[in-house]
Design a protein. Structure first.
Length: 215
Protein backbone atom coordinates (compact mmCIF):
# COMPACT_ATOMS: atom_id res chain seq x y z
CA UNK A 1 0.00 0.00 0.00
CA UNK A 2 2.78 2.39 0.96
CA UNK A 3 4.62 1.53 -2.25
CA UNK A 4 1.50 2.25 -4.30
CA UNK A 5 1.07 5.65 -2.63
CA UNK A 6 4.70 6.45 -3.27
CA UNK A 7 4.42 5.71 -6.98
CA UNK A 8 1.11 7.57 -7.17
CA UNK A 9 2.65 10.69 -5.62
CA UNK A 10 5.68 10.47 -7.90
CA UNK A 11 3.40 10.04 -10.91
CA UNK A 12 1.35 13.09 -9.97
CA UNK A 13 4.48 15.18 -9.41
CA UNK A 14 5.76 14.19 -12.84
CA UNK A 15 2.53 14.37 -14.82
CA UNK A 16 1.11 17.65 -13.50
CA UNK A 17 4.07 19.83 -14.60
CA UNK A 18 4.02 18.05 -17.98
CA UNK A 19 0.32 18.75 -18.44
CA UNK A 20 0.81 22.37 -17.35
CA UNK A 21 3.63 22.78 -19.86
CA UNK A 22 1.53 21.30 -22.67
CA UNK A 23 -1.38 23.59 -21.78
CA UNK A 24 0.68 26.76 -21.78
CA UNK A 25 2.65 25.74 -24.87
CA UNK A 26 -0.64 25.27 -26.67
CA UNK A 27 -1.75 28.67 -25.43
CA UNK A 28 1.40 30.32 -26.78
CA UNK A 29 0.96 28.73 -30.19
CA UNK A 30 -2.74 29.46 -30.51
CA UNK A 31 -3.32 32.71 -28.71
CA UNK A 32 -0.15 34.79 -28.67
CA UNK A 33 -0.44 36.11 -32.23
CA UNK A 34 -2.44 39.20 -32.97
CA UNK A 35 -4.34 38.71 -36.25
CA UNK A 36 -3.11 40.41 -39.41
CA UNK A 37 -5.84 42.59 -40.94
CA UNK A 38 -3.95 44.08 -43.89
CA UNK A 39 -0.54 42.70 -44.88
CA UNK A 40 0.42 45.72 -46.97
CA UNK A 41 -0.95 48.52 -44.83
CA UNK A 42 2.01 50.84 -45.19
CA UNK A 43 3.88 50.66 -48.47
CA UNK A 44 5.22 54.06 -47.40
CA UNK A 45 7.19 53.32 -44.25
CA UNK A 46 10.03 55.86 -44.05
CA UNK A 47 9.50 59.39 -42.75
CA UNK A 48 11.30 62.32 -41.17
CA UNK A 49 9.91 63.64 -37.90
CA UNK A 50 9.64 67.26 -36.79
CA UNK A 51 13.09 67.04 -35.15
CA UNK A 52 14.68 65.97 -38.41
CA UNK A 53 15.21 62.36 -37.34
CA UNK A 54 14.62 59.52 -39.78
CA UNK A 55 11.70 57.33 -38.77
CA UNK A 56 10.98 53.92 -40.23
CA UNK A 57 8.06 51.62 -39.56
CA UNK A 58 9.97 48.60 -40.82
CA UNK A 59 11.35 46.42 -38.01
CA UNK A 60 9.41 48.43 -35.43
CA UNK A 61 6.10 47.85 -33.68
CA UNK A 62 4.38 51.16 -34.27
CA UNK A 63 1.25 52.74 -32.86
CA UNK A 64 0.19 55.30 -35.44
CA UNK A 65 -2.36 58.09 -35.15
CA UNK A 66 -3.55 61.05 -37.19
CA UNK A 67 -3.66 64.53 -35.66
CA UNK A 68 -3.96 66.33 -39.00
CA UNK A 69 -5.09 69.91 -38.44
CA UNK A 70 -7.13 69.10 -35.34
CA UNK A 71 -4.36 69.17 -32.76
CA UNK A 72 -6.40 70.57 -29.85
CA UNK A 73 -9.09 67.89 -29.97
CA UNK A 74 -6.96 64.90 -30.90
CA UNK A 75 -4.34 65.59 -28.23
CA UNK A 76 -7.02 65.29 -25.53
CA UNK A 77 -7.67 61.73 -26.65
CA UNK A 78 -3.95 61.09 -27.09
CA UNK A 79 -3.41 61.66 -23.36
CA UNK A 80 -5.48 58.50 -22.81
CA UNK A 81 -3.32 56.63 -25.29
CA UNK A 82 -0.12 57.70 -23.57
CA UNK A 83 -1.31 56.65 -20.13
CA UNK A 84 -2.85 53.34 -21.14
CA UNK A 85 -0.43 52.14 -23.82
CA UNK A 86 2.73 54.22 -24.20
CA UNK A 87 3.74 54.49 -20.54
CA UNK A 88 3.30 50.76 -19.95
CA UNK A 89 5.29 49.58 -22.98
CA UNK A 90 7.84 52.30 -23.79
CA UNK A 91 10.77 50.19 -22.58
CA UNK A 92 10.31 47.57 -25.30
CA UNK A 93 13.24 48.11 -27.69
CA UNK A 94 11.45 48.20 -31.04
CA UNK A 95 8.29 49.97 -29.91
CA UNK A 96 7.35 53.49 -31.05
CA UNK A 97 4.49 55.94 -31.54
CA UNK A 98 4.15 57.86 -34.82
CA UNK A 99 1.58 60.64 -35.24
CA UNK A 100 0.94 62.47 -38.51
CA UNK A 101 0.27 66.21 -38.47
CA UNK A 102 -0.49 68.76 -41.17
CA UNK A 103 2.05 71.56 -41.88
CA UNK A 104 2.02 74.62 -39.64
CA UNK A 105 1.30 73.01 -36.27
CA UNK A 106 4.78 72.48 -34.87
CA UNK A 107 4.24 74.94 -32.03
CA UNK A 108 1.08 73.17 -30.88
CA UNK A 109 2.86 69.82 -31.05
CA UNK A 110 5.78 71.13 -29.00
CA UNK A 111 3.31 72.27 -26.35
CA UNK A 112 1.68 68.85 -26.38
CA UNK A 113 5.07 67.13 -26.03
CA UNK A 114 5.89 69.34 -23.05
CA UNK A 115 2.62 68.29 -21.43
CA UNK A 116 3.02 64.55 -21.94
CA UNK A 117 6.65 64.68 -20.85
CA UNK A 118 5.57 65.86 -17.42
CA UNK A 119 4.67 62.30 -16.41
CA UNK A 120 7.19 60.20 -18.37
CA UNK A 121 9.59 61.06 -21.17
CA UNK A 122 7.81 60.43 -24.47
CA UNK A 123 11.04 60.16 -26.45
CA UNK A 124 9.63 57.30 -28.50
CA UNK A 125 6.65 59.34 -29.68
CA UNK A 126 7.46 60.85 -33.07
CA UNK A 127 5.50 63.50 -34.96
CA UNK A 128 5.67 63.53 -38.74
CA UNK A 129 4.56 66.52 -40.80
CA UNK A 130 2.86 65.57 -44.06
CA UNK A 131 0.73 67.41 -46.59
CA UNK A 132 -3.02 66.72 -46.30
CA UNK A 133 -2.88 64.65 -49.49
CA UNK A 134 -0.03 62.56 -48.11
CA UNK A 135 -1.90 62.04 -44.83
CA UNK A 136 -4.90 60.83 -46.81
CA UNK A 137 -2.65 58.49 -48.78
CA UNK A 138 -1.14 56.95 -45.66
CA UNK A 139 -4.55 56.59 -44.01
CA UNK A 140 -6.12 55.02 -47.09
CA UNK A 141 -3.31 52.48 -47.34
CA UNK A 142 -4.36 51.06 -43.96
CA UNK A 143 -7.46 49.67 -45.65
CA UNK A 144 -9.76 50.20 -42.67
CA UNK A 145 -13.47 50.95 -42.31
CA UNK A 146 -12.65 54.30 -40.65
CA UNK A 147 -12.71 57.77 -42.17
CA UNK A 148 -10.46 60.79 -41.75
CA UNK A 149 -12.21 63.94 -40.59
CA UNK A 150 -12.35 67.09 -42.71
CA UNK A 151 -9.29 68.19 -40.69
CA UNK A 152 -7.35 65.04 -41.67
CA UNK A 153 -7.54 63.69 -38.13
CA UNK A 154 -8.91 60.53 -36.56
CA UNK A 155 -9.91 59.43 -33.06
CA UNK A 156 -8.44 56.01 -33.83
CA UNK A 157 -4.96 54.63 -33.25
CA UNK A 158 -3.65 51.64 -35.21
CA UNK A 159 -1.16 48.86 -34.49
CA UNK A 160 1.43 48.21 -37.20
CA UNK A 161 3.70 45.17 -36.95
CA UNK A 162 7.38 45.03 -37.84
CA UNK A 163 6.62 43.93 -41.41
CA UNK A 164 4.27 46.88 -42.03
CA UNK A 165 1.06 44.89 -41.59
CA UNK A 166 -2.00 46.31 -39.83
CA UNK A 167 -2.81 44.17 -36.80
CA UNK A 168 -6.11 43.98 -34.93
CA UNK A 169 -9.01 41.60 -34.27
CA UNK A 170 -10.96 39.48 -36.73
CA UNK A 171 -13.71 38.41 -34.35
CA UNK A 172 -14.23 41.35 -32.03
CA UNK A 173 -17.47 41.02 -30.06
CA UNK A 174 -18.50 44.59 -30.86
CA UNK A 175 -17.09 45.35 -34.31
CA UNK A 176 -16.38 42.04 -35.99
CA UNK A 177 -13.14 43.11 -37.67
CA UNK A 178 -11.39 45.59 -35.42
CA UNK A 179 -9.10 47.80 -37.46
CA UNK A 180 -8.25 50.43 -34.87
CA UNK A 181 -8.72 51.55 -31.29
CA UNK A 182 -10.78 54.56 -30.24
CA UNK A 183 -8.55 56.95 -28.30
CA UNK A 184 -11.66 58.78 -27.09
CA UNK A 185 -12.84 55.62 -25.30
CA UNK A 186 -10.93 54.71 -22.16
CA UNK A 187 -12.84 51.41 -22.17
CA UNK A 188 -11.60 50.54 -25.66
CA UNK A 189 -8.01 51.34 -24.69
CA UNK A 190 -8.32 49.53 -21.35
CA UNK A 191 -10.21 46.44 -22.40
CA UNK A 192 -8.89 45.90 -25.92
CA UNK A 193 -5.90 47.90 -27.10
CA UNK A 194 -3.88 47.38 -23.94
CA UNK A 195 -4.37 43.61 -24.22
CA UNK A 196 -3.65 43.53 -27.96
CA UNK A 197 -0.42 45.48 -27.58
CA UNK A 198 0.68 43.01 -24.89
CA UNK A 199 -0.05 40.16 -27.30
CA UNK A 200 1.97 41.57 -30.18
CA UNK A 201 4.89 42.45 -27.91
CA UNK A 202 4.83 38.93 -26.43
CA UNK A 203 4.73 37.54 -29.96
CA UNK A 204 7.93 39.35 -30.90
CA UNK A 205 9.61 38.49 -27.60
CA UNK A 206 8.93 34.83 -28.33
CA UNK A 207 10.33 35.22 -31.83
CA UNK A 208 13.48 36.84 -30.44
CA UNK A 209 13.96 33.99 -27.97
CA UNK A 210 13.59 31.43 -30.75
CA UNK A 211 16.15 33.28 -32.88
CA UNK A 212 18.59 33.43 -29.97
CA UNK A 213 18.26 29.68 -29.44
CA UNK A 214 18.99 28.98 -33.11
CA UNK A 215 22.10 31.16 -32.93
Amino acid sequence: METTKKYLILGVLFILPLLAYMFFAKGVNNFSRLPTINENALAINAFTDTKGDSITLKNNISIISFFGRDIDTTKIFAFNLKEKVYDKNKDFNDFQFVSFIAPGYNQEIEQFKDQINQTTDAYKWHFVELSPEKIKQVFKALGTDKQLSANYSSNYAFIIGKNGALRGRKDDEDEGIKYGYNMASVADLNNKMEDDVKIILAEYRLALKKNDKHK
